[in-house]
Design a protein around this ligand. Structure first.
Ligand code: C2E
Ligand code: MG
Ligand code: MG
Length: 753
């Protein structure tokens, strides 16, 4: 990361510097070029001015000389007489005197005399035409050489011809002109016909490429005598050569630029390294943080990077604090602050690993009737109660490791042997048995405790927890507010229970459930007035299973809901086939009773079977009144509103408050079998039966005595005013198919009686 960022910055600044120096080098070169060009142009202007001046001077001198001869009397006479030898000798002598290259006489008729040997006929004709047209000065090309020419007319007085003097304008003369300018402009006189690019003609300067060199060329017309083929003055100078004198400067600039570039690259590298180093440190720190290490980036600077580093440190601390919080949340219960199940399991595992440890005890406990507290006093009070429970547990087991497993379940690990564990279990039950004062409420709850001892009751957390739970289950079943140690038999029982649970789940679908019917004999009517439907389970391996064994399991697992629904439908369906004066009594479990579906299930059973509602009698037990009396009464009234009868089963065994008898008018009280058994053994039992029958009479309720097994019992019950009799004396519960036969048999018995 450092390398790339440093490299990038170095390259960027290096490139920037190189670009800037290239630009300035280019600019310098351009400036030099235009300066050189302007110098050359100026020199060219000077050159052509000089040429003009020299030409004017020459023309003047030549003109004066020719005038001298033209005005000479003897010469005019010789012209007039056509004396050619005299003319030529005069011309010759003046040519010598004035150092002329040519001295010529042209007559008005075009004949030429003098130094004309190298002048062609065409050139002679052209000369004559120019003179004839009145031109007297100018440059002329004769025999491939340029000449400055001036002519003077000869008049006597009429025009007879012209004296023409010429001076050669060869390269040497032009070279002498070049010497007068500060640079060698290589002046040349060139016929216009020889100039290929005529665009530069005038005083134009143009740039051309010649032999790989850049040249500045100026071609300009000179005063010509013969207009048809004019001469041009051409000046040229090599721009390349002019610039080459500046190239040391440019090279020096280039060298310094390169040196500067190297310095700039080093500078940029050093600066960017200094800049990126803290960033690299931050990046390294971030990588360590993500690997779970604690790091603090050292900062000295007060700039943006320093601020970034300080923010980074703050962020790391905040993240760590939050991590600690999350870890705490993952292992603790948010309500009580106690350890949760995960941490408890870890602690159990640790305790099991401790070498040479004396073992420990695991306590599992849950509160009695916590749901009732939540339902009646609200969840905030329930929560507050749990916190109080946590405090009390800590006071009771100060050295224990306490955890909340969820809901009202707690667990404690204590370094206890069996004897001390027994003592601890007892004190836990006692401590939680004391009333709590929570949110202005006095709450009495209690606890059951299951205890598993390590290592004998389990080698790992899972089995220890399971076994302590089994012991808790037993403690609750054996009557609440007690503690139990785990025994291996509990495990077997639990497994059997689980196997039965699985089987029971399938029993309905497999048609293993069946209803048996036991008659209720009406004493005043002297006949069977009803049957009670009693559930039987024909288990393929266990044989006939008693409802006493499987109904509690069905209630625990909730299977009682579908089973109870089936019972209602089946009982109504069968009863409908009987005589219309025989009722059917169906047992309703408290779990079923509390479910909101009961009313609609009863309605459906009646509707589907077509049974009259008053022929259906629902048997409920007193345990329904233990908690939530109001809700129970409301449900009873709504059931009654369907038109069915309601009987109170096992009367006298449960919650012995008679007040609810006044609140709800049951149709019938079923006196529990225990009172009937007692009838023959205890004297007081008769008094109880009497008390119940007269109470029922007073409240307008019928009575049925359960479990009547002999005629002595029957006699007493009849004497004490009991309305109906149910028991083995008349019949055991029988399958539906035997009902008709039983009715006939009982009829015979009655007739016989
Ligand atoms: P329960 O409603 O009190 O039923 C009376 C029980 O007493 C029946 O036991 C019956 O066979 C037994 N019994 C009747 N006469 C005599 C007698 O002379 N001597 C003796 N020793 N026992 C007698 P069962 O059929 O074993 O039922 C036991 C309990 O199971 C019932 O007590 C009832 O609470 C429950 N139960 C039975 N079927 C159902 C059902 O379909 N739904 C629900 N929720 N519970 C049912
Ligand atoms: Mg019953
Ligand atoms: Mg009963």
């Amino acid at each position: 990361m450092q390398s790339t960022l440093t490299l990038k910055m170095t390259l960027f600044y290096g490139a920037l510097f190189v670009a800037v120096s290239m630009l300035s080098l280019y600019g310098t070169r351009k400036a030099i070029e235009s300066y050189a060009e302007s110098v050359i142009r100026r020199e060219m202007a000077v050159g052509s001015a000089l040429f003009d001046r020299i030409a004017t001077l020459q023309f003047h001198q030549l003109g004066q000389a020719s005038n001298v001869l033209a005005g000479d009397f003897g010469f005019r006479e010789a012209v007039g007489t056509g004396d050619v030898p005299t003319i030529e000798s005069a011309l010759h002598s003046l040519q010598g005197r004035f150092q002329l290259d040519r001295a010529i006489f042209v007559s008005v008729d075009g004949t030429v005399a003098g130094d004309v040997a190298q002048i062609s006929v065409l050139e002679r004709t052209q000369l004559y035409e120019a003179l004839d047209a009145g031109r007297q000065q100018g440059i002329v090309r004769w025999a491939g050489e340029s000449h400055m020419v001036a002519a003077a007319p000869i008049r006597a007085p009429a025009l007879m011809g012209w004296v023409v003097f010429a001076r050669n304008m060869g390269p040497r003369d032009l070279q002498a002109l070049a010497k007068l300018t500060s640079i060698d402009l290589a002046p040349q006189l060139v016929p216009l016909a020889n100039i290929s690019d005529k665009s530069g003609v005038g005083i134009k300067t143009r740039e051309v490429e010649q032999d790989g060199k850049r040249m500045l060329i100026q071609s300009r017309a000179v005063p010509n005598l013969i207009k048809s083929d004019p001469e041009m003055l051409v000046l040229k100078y090599s721009l390349t050569d002019a610039l080459s004198s500046y190239s040391p400067i440019l090279w020096a600039l280039f060298g310094f630029g390169g040196l500067g570039g190297i310095v700039a690259i080093f500078g940029a590298w050093a600066a960017s390294r200094k800049l990126t180093q803290p960033i690299v440190a931050l990046e390294r720190a971030a990588r360590k943080v993500s690997a779970g290490e604690h790091v603090e980036v050292q900062v000295e600077t007060r700039d943006e990077i320093g601020r970034l580093a300080r923010s980074f440190n703050r962020m790391v601390n905040a993240v760590e604090a939050r991590e600690r919080q999350i870890a705490h949340m993952a292992f603790h219960d948010s309500l009580t602050g106690l350890a949760n199940r995960i941490l408890l399991r870890e602690q159990i595992a640790l305790a099991l690993q401790r070498p040479g440890g004396s073992g420990f005890a695991l306590f599992c406990l849950d509160l009695d009737n916590f749901k009732g507290v939540n339902d009646t006093l609200g969840h905030p009070t329930g929560d507050a109660l749990l916190c109080e429970v946590a405090t009390r547990l800590a006071q009771t087991c100060p050295s224990g490791f306490i955890a909340r497993l969820g809901g009202d379940e707690f667990a404690i690990i204590v370094q206890d042997g069996c004897a001390t564990a027994n003592q601890t279990g007892r004190s836990l039950v006692k401590a939680l048995g004391r009333p709590f004062a929570v949110n202005g409420h006095r709450i009495v709850t209690g606890t059951s405790v299951g205890i598993a001892l390590a290592p004998q009751d389990g080698q790992d957390a899972t089995s220890l927890l399971k076994n302590a739970d089994l012991a808790l289950y037993r403690a609750k079943h054996d009557g609440k507010a007690s503690h139990r140690f785990f025994e291996s038999a509990m495990d077997a029982e639990a497994q059997a229970r689980r196997a039965m649970e699985v089987d029971l789940h399938d029993a309905l679908g497999k048609g293993e459930l069946e209803l048996y019917f036991q008659p209720l004999f009406g004493l005043s009517q002297n006949r069977v007035t009803a049957f009670e439907a009693l559930l039987r389970w024909n288990h393929p391996l266990r044989g006939m299973v008693s409802p006493i064994d499987f109904i509690p399991l069905a209630e625990e697992t909730g299977l009682i809901i579908p089973i109870g629904e089936w019972v209602l439908h089946e009982a109504c369906r069968i009863a409908e086939t009987w005589a219309s004066d025989i009722r059917i009594a169906v047992n309703i479990s408290p779990v079923q009773f509390r479910s909101s579906m009961l009313n609609s299930i009863v309605l459906q059973a009646l509707a589907r079977s077509g049974l009259e509602p008053q022929r259906l009698e629902l048997e409920i037990t007193e345990s329904l009144f233990i908690d939530n009396v109001e809700a129970t009464l409301a449900s009873l009234h709504s059931l009654r509103a369907l038109g069915v009868r309601v009987a109170l089963d096992d009367f006298g065994t449960g919650y012995s408050s008679l007040s609810y008898l006044r609140s709800f008018p049951f149709d019938k009280l079923k006196i529990d079998r225990s009172f009937i058994v007692d009838l023959l053994a205890h004297d007081g039992a008769t008094a109880i039966i009497r008390a119940i029958t007269s109470l029922a009479d007073a409240l307008g309720m019928e009575t049925t005595a359960e479990g009547v097994e002999n005629s002595d019992q029957l006699d007493i019950l009849r004497a004490e005013g009991c309305g109906q009799i149910q028991g083995y004396f008349f019949s055991r519960p029988i399958p539906a198919s035997e009902v008709d036969a039983l009715l006939c048999k009982l009829d015979e018995k009655r007739i016989a009686a």
